[in-house]
Design a protein around this ligand. Sequence first.
Ligand SMILES: Cc1cc2nc3c(=O)[nH]c(=O)nc-3n(C[C@H](O)[C@H](O)[C@H](O)COP(=O)(O)O)c2cc1C
Length: 292
Amino acid sequence: LPDLKPHRRSALCDRLGIELPIIQAPMAGVQGSALAVAVSNAGGLGSLPCALLMPDAIRGDISAITAHTSQPYNVNFFCHTAPVADAGREAWRPIIISSATTVDEARWLEAHGVDVIVAQGLEAGGHRGHFLSDDLTLQAGTFALLPQILRAVRVPVVAAGGIADAAGVAAAMALGADGVQIGTSYLLCPEATTSAVHRAALKSESARHTAVTNVLTGRPARGIVNRLIASVGPMSATVPPFPLAAAAVGPLRAKAEGQGNGDYSSLWSGQNASGCREVPAADLTRQLAERL
Ligand SMILES: Cc1cc2nc3c(=O)[nH]c(=O)nc-3n(C[C@H](O)[C@H](O)[C@H](O)COP(=O)(O)O)c2cc1C
């Protein structure tokens, strides 16, 4: 495939201090420091999701990462309100990477000083990153969204959603992406903490049927369709607001999972689970980079 923008690709690697333009997507609830360490040590950018962690746990995981790699890593948060200036954080000099699901969101992020934008297509697994509008009809697939965001902003743009193998990585780069962010494909790696019911679903035929649903947490997220989604979703106007819906379904989920059943679990997955492999995350990262 032609390398359309070699300068932009290396600029992202230089900016982040990484060898490969591959970001392991932060995935709250299914990973900790081990996956991040493995990908950072393999030359990509490993990520630590903090959405479900208290501050002490975040400090512990960051210590575990810095003890096992000297490479850069990504610390990820769900943001609901404008951040308050914090001298301690600014002394850290972080590079801010943030997801956009529409062209308007990408423009907003650039205007507010974000360094790198992740163009999150509708194929992506897990929660949608939309923040300017709740209208899901505004959201586009990765290869429709990516070129439009590339034309709209000047900061580096990373493609996310449905990218699951070396050909997909090369295709995103050929479209002009500065890098890729990949989540679903890492879910079966031994370093991920993906639950047994989640792993079983990803390995089954049912992984081909995903939906964007709000019934599991109160906020739209893509997961494998299970009994809960099929019976009260995928979208419900009466669901408790994010994140309260997760607690509401908690007892049912715990009882079912105890019986090896994922009927009420959050089986987050993108539309393309075909890249899931039970191989070390470093091997998967190198395979994904094979056509670069
Ligand atoms: C299990 C799972 C959990 C996720 N959790 C987060 C998260 O905590 N923070 C975040 O920014 N994105 C999260 N995402 C979304 C990813 O950042 C990314 O958009 C997505 O994984 C890319 O699409 P793919 O899954 O098709 O590779 C999650 C995705 C999955 C599959």
